[in-house]
Write a protein of this length. Structure first.
Length: 227
């Protein structure tokens, strides 16, 4: 069922690639403008901005969207390929949500099937993902992290979880639950390892800025990682 939904979702999403009434979301323009500054060497976080205002994302947002910015440097069809990528992100979200549903409703698979059909039938969801916000990238990593926890792979789940956090600081709202289940299901040693992984990745993605012209205080303020 997950693979079938993934294939059908890609088929149902295809018309939006050519729909002239669907353009990029407002934030997408901001991503591209801010990433262009990073691409050309800007390392002062306080100077990263766009027509929508200052950048308020952790550094991982820039690095994960860098390939899409480079598409704009290479071709005038970048918007098409970017939208195709985001439809892939949406399909991955559905795929893993359905996988999780089948695990949760192990003894009642018909309930998981109902969830699959509800997700596949959501036209507005496909339109939203075609507008290319970074929320869907963040959510894709979160759903994969949850799936990995259920597969008893806590360290890999921690790595994927912090990759989601590196896109939007809102993931912090899930941190207590994530670390709480880590302690409950996998023990104190794995909890400590998980915290180290989460912190290490955040430091690594921020390092080019911290070694440049951005102080730790400015980075934490602008990335919203302290709220």
């Amino acid at each position: 069922m997950p693979w079938a939904v993934a294939i059908f979702n890609l088929i149902l999403s295809a018309p939006y690639l050519y729909d002239p009434t669907i353009r990029v979301g407002g934030d997408y323009i901001a991503y591209i403008q801010q990433i262009s500054a990073v691409y050309f060497g800007e390392r002062d976080y306080s100077l990263l901005s766009s027509v929508l205002g200052p950048a308020y994302y952790p550094a991982g947002n820039f690095w994960q969207y860098m390939p899409i910015f480079q598409l704009h440097m290479l071709t005038d069809q970048a918007e098409f390929w970017s939208r195709l990528c985001h439809q892939g992100f949406h399909t991955a979200i559905l795929f893993f949500v359905i996988k999780i549903s089948y695990l949760y409703f192990y003894y009642s698979p018909e309930k998981a099937q109902l969830i699959a059909f509800i997700l596949l039938a959501n036209k507005n969801d496909r339109i939203f993902h075609s507008e290319m916000y970074n929320d869907e990238v963040m959510m894709m990593w979160l759903v994969i992290a949850i799936y990995l926890v259920l597969q008893n792979r806590p360290m890999l789940a921690s790595l994927v979880f912090t990759w989601a956090l590196s896109i939007k600081a809102g993931v912090l709202l899930l941190m207590p639950a994530f670390l709480g289940q880590m302690q409950y299901n996998f023990g104190t040693v794995n909890l400590i390892k998980s915290i180290i992984i989460i912190l290490a990745v955040q430091v690594i993605v921020a390092l080019p800025f911290l070694l440049g012209e951005t102080s730790i205080a400015i980075y934490l303020e602008k990335s919203k990682l302290t709220g």
